[in-house]
Design a binder for this molecule. Structure first.
Ligand code: F6R
Length: 248
């Protein structure tokens, strides 16, 4: 696990976008593992620019998102389906709908939905490059503290910390779904390469813990210490623990 301080959110996001771009540019049938959240907004802006500047054809690229809220349909403004459409997929018409995988949060049979998601991952995977954000409690995907390192895609309960952090996107805390479908930790760890991006002073403490702690299910991201190809990309605020005012 290697940490790189890119100084600010702009440079960090450009780096992550460029790494994603290089993977698709080298392999037109690449498999991407994608994340949502505030941290990724500038990554997708940069990736869209690189894709269009280089006229990439994305029809054979597969994408797998980490998670979706249970109970939100694909057109709900706060669903991760909407997020991905708005931040990435709508900017290029060569993305192929049938190669875009995001869990269906309103599936009538969530168990079957989760199994089907894993089957798709096994069919097209392993993921060539997985990007991750991190929760202030150390979650990756929505694998909250205590999640089993053997977990695969399933329904999870969101922790209070996650509900509080994500309530800024909803009218109030009570509107935040209490559950999500999340790729499991074992599913994430199958990726060939992982880049975790953490920006802003609020992520300083958890990244310090991640770098120094034992591998423990109490801090889900700590499993990344055992993966052979992980980079942690941060800005000054995460690295030094003070806000430099340029994030968000
Ligand atoms: C999002 C996801 C989460 C976020 C994390 C950080 O798909 O799986 O793990 O990456 O909660 O969120 P932000 O970037 O909003 O701080």
């Amino acid at each position: 696990m290697k940490i790189i301080n890119m100084k600010n959110a702009t440079l960090a996001s450009q780096y992550v976008a460029t790494e994603l771009f290089k993977v698709i540019d080298n392999n037109s049938a690449a498999v991407l593992g994608l994340a949502t959240g505030n941290t990724m907004l500038e990554v997708y802006r940069n990736l869209n620019t690189l894709i269009s500047a280089n006229k990439l054809n994305l029809k054979n690229v597969k994408t797998f998102n980490l998670d979706e809220y249970v109970g939100l349909n694909a057109s709900h403004p706060q669903s991760y389906h909407t997020y991905m459409r708005q931040q990435l997929f709508k900017y290029n018409d060569t993305w192929d709908e049938k190669h875009i995988f995001i869990p269906n949060g309103i599936s009538k049979d969530v168990k079957a939905e989760c199994q089907a998601y894993e089957q798709h991952l096994n069919k097209y995977g392993p993921v060539d490059i997985q990007i991750l954000g991190i929760g202030e409690n150390g979650h990756i995907g929505f694998n909250e503290p205590g999640a089993s390192f053997d977990s695969i895609t399933r329904v999870v309960d969101l922790s209070d910390s996650t509900i509080n952090a994500n309530s800024i996107h909803f009218d109030n805390k009570n509107c935040v779904p209490k559950q999500a479908i999340s790729m499991g930790i074992a599913s994430i760890m199958q990726a060939r390469r992982i880049i975790l991006l953490a920006l802003g002073a609020s992520k300083h403490t958890i990244i310090q813990q991640l770098l120094t702690c034992d591998v423990t299910e109490a801090l889900p991201a700590s499993i990344l210490q055992t993966h052979p190809n992980v980079e942690i990309i941060v800005d000054d605020a995460v690295y030094f623990g003070e806000s430099n005012g340029d994030h968000r």
